[in-house]
Ligand binder design. Structure first.
Ligand SMILES: OC[C@H]1O[C@H](O[C@H]2O[C@H](CO)[C@@H](O)[C@H](O)[C@H]2O)[C@H](O)[C@@H](O)[C@@H]1O
Length: 579
């Protein structure tokens, strides 16, 4: 969702006056959303999701919280129609207080459901070969090369197609009927995820698997055609929100390697729709995350209800649930980045934050649309998006850039009519997060030598750099997108931004970060036979993260970033493979 924002009057006095009158009317509308408790849009879910949530709740009460994964229940598919299943559910024997015996619930689920993930079929991608021609030419070290080939082979373990049953009877599944080959993150994430797909594609390109990369893009375009935007993931319970919008760079990267003009032709209308989803259409705009949902997330319903239990009124709970879903939309679920009070999860305030990274991604969409339009000879679209990208670039500079820190900072909107639309320095969140460096990924910023110089110095002394890469934040919280976790996407975007600049110092830093990350993954893989979605960045090579680890499956975006880094940097001769 987008929000018009005033320029900083100190930096841009002329813009300030120009927008003052236009803004008064718009701000009345905006304030209604921000100041009141939950007046936002809702996108209803399906009867199946509602029923599976009921099953999830029952399972939680019956089996208890130990090792309980609520998502498992909303991933089940039905053997019979919903009415028959509901009847079977009502017939489960219950004691006087309503409780159910474990054995009865187990018998019910076995009789009425297929297991989670059974509606996705393993496939060998059409373009997979054991050792692709021209695979990672810079990797000479034999030990590293054979590891890289193993990582490459993991694409077979992560590739799926949606079973015909889903296409014939979508009402029996929460899985959505994507048309082509899918690559899933792995572990409990059995379905396609939006932003994960970007790093999966980066790795597939290093693996020369162009057809699979295109199939992923066409799946995401299918979601835009069906729903108007790319969903968080390909499940019926994800239809109320998106995820960080990275379709345009996926198309750009694949086009660069293949020159496939058909791909660009088919992508452009979808990207225009997606851009519309993230923007209200007026000039000079910055966007925020805003889910169309104010109830517990179905895939985590038992957890969300527990978190909301200390809130007293329904309105407070609804407001909190929208913040939770909106934070999931950010991909950073969860982090103190989005909390007013770092020790109180119920103070999530994501919908009142203008996030640096989201706006960098939307700027990239605008730049990519302008580029694709030029390739296709659509000059009026090209011109419109050249202008839009200039406007957003200015807004990013004006609202987010902090000269003293050499970082771009999230901007917190006020909640009263006096302060919501007035730029104030103290509304910039001065805490250090990896997201404060993401605009460097955009060429408009990494081509500015003065900016790069400041950002490199700032990153070096930020405290985010550790033995295993870049931490998500400096706050030592229990939230997974905080210290001590380092995530593949953050390593990659920052490194790529540094590499694209002209600065030698930036390139050296990029290689240093990439090598730390690759060594961590190498060591973890040697120790455990897999790579994980995130790492404890304090300890080199030490597996760290929640969630189960599945040998030989790896994790989609980690595999992708490792292969992308090996392609870019090789394995420097003087770097030992051991941690
Ligand atoms: O389990 C519930 C949440 O799981 C997802 O979030 C995490 O995994 C995703 C897949 O790798 C990743 O894209 C995201 O950044 C992670 O935080 C899901 O995206 C959430 O919406 C969901 O509630």
């Amino acid at each position: 969702m987008a929000l018009p924002l005033f320029p900083n009057p100190n930096q841009n006095p002329s813009f300030f006056l120009l927008f003052l009158s236009l803004y008064l009317f718009a701000s009345m509308m905006t304030l209604a959303n921000i100041a009141s408790i939950d007046s936002g849009p809702i996108r209803p879910t399906t009867p199946l999701v509602i029923f599976l949530e009921k099953l999830q709740e029952t399972a939680f009460q019956t089996y208890g919280s130990s090792d309980f994964d609520p998502k498992y229940y909303v991933d089940l598919s039905l053997k019979f129609d919903l009415k028959t299943t509901e009847k079977g559910f009502d017939e489960i024997p219950r004691s006087q207080n309503g409780s159910i015996l474990s054995k009865d619930l187990k018998a019910f689920t076995e009789r009425y459901f297929y297991g989670a993930g059974e509606d996705l079929i393993f496939v060998k991608p059409v373009d997979f070969v054991v050792e692709p021609d021209g695979f990672l030419p810079k990797v000479k070290n034999q030990k590293v090369r054979s590891w890289a080939l193993e990582v490459h082979s993991l694409w077979r373990n992560l590739s799926r197609r949606v079973s015909d049953g889903v296409k014939e009877h979508p009402e029996l599944h929460t899985l959505l009927a994507l048309p082509g080959t899918c690559v899933v993150p792995g572990s409990r994430f059995r379905e396609v995820y939006y932003w994960d797909s970007f790093w999966v594609i980066r790795g597939l390109l290093a693996s020369k698997m162009y057809e699979t990369a295109k199939a992923i893009i066409y799946n995401l375009i299918y979601l835009i055609d069906e729903y108007g935007f790319v969903l968080n993931g390909a499940r019926a319970y994800y239809t109320n929100r998106s995820q960080p919008p990275l379709l345009s760079p996926m198309v750009h990267e694949v086009y660069k390697r293949t020159g496939d003009i058909e791909l660009v032709k088919k992508s452009l209308p979808a990207l225009l729709k997606e851009h519309h989803f993230w923007n209200s259409g007026c000039n000079h705009i910055l966007s925020r995350y805003y889910a169309m949902w104010n109830e517990p997330r179905p895939e985590s319903s038992t957890i969300d209800k527990e978190s909301a239990s200390k809130l007293l009124t329904l309105l407070e709970k609804q407001h909190f649930y929208r913040e939770v879903a909106s934070t999931a939309e950010s991909g950073w679920d969860f982090s103190t980045r989005w909390m007013r009070n770092a020790s109180d999860f119920t103070t999530l305030a994501t919908t009142t934050i203008l996030p640096v990274d989201l706006n960098a991604y939307i700027l990239k969409i605008e730049l990519d649309i302008a580029y694709f339009a030029k390739v296709l000879g659509e000059s009026s679209i090209a011109q419109r998006f050249d202008e839009a990208s200039q406007a957003r670039k200015n807004a990013i500079k004006t609202i987010f850039w902090n000269e003293k820190m050499g970082q771009w900072l999230d901007y917190w909107l006020g909640t009263t009519s006096e302060n919501v639309h007035k730029w104030e320095a103290w509304n910039q969140n001065q805490n250090i997060f990896a997201s404060n460096f993401i605009p460097l990924w955009i060429d408009m910023f990494n081509s500015d030598e003065c900016v790069v110089d400041k950002v490199v110095k700032s990153l070096e002394k930020s405290g985010l750099l550790h033995a295993a890469g870049i931490a998500a934040s400096l706050t030592n919280s229990t939230e997974q997108w905080d210290f001590p976790n380092g995530w593949a996407p953050l390593q990659h975007m920052i490194v790529e931004g540094l590499v694209r600049s002209k600065s030698k110092e930036a390139k050296t830093l990029a290689e240093d970060i990439a090598v730390r990350w690759m060594k961590t993954n190498y060591a973890t893989y040697m120790k455990t036979g897999a790579m994980h979605e995130k790492y404890d960045v304090r300890r080199c090579g030490e597996f760290g993260g929640g969630g189960e680890y599945v040998p030989q499956t790896g994790f989609g975006w980690t595999n992708g970033v490792v292969l992308a880094f090996l392609e870019e940097f090789g394995w420097p001769e003087d770097k030992d493979v051991d941690c």
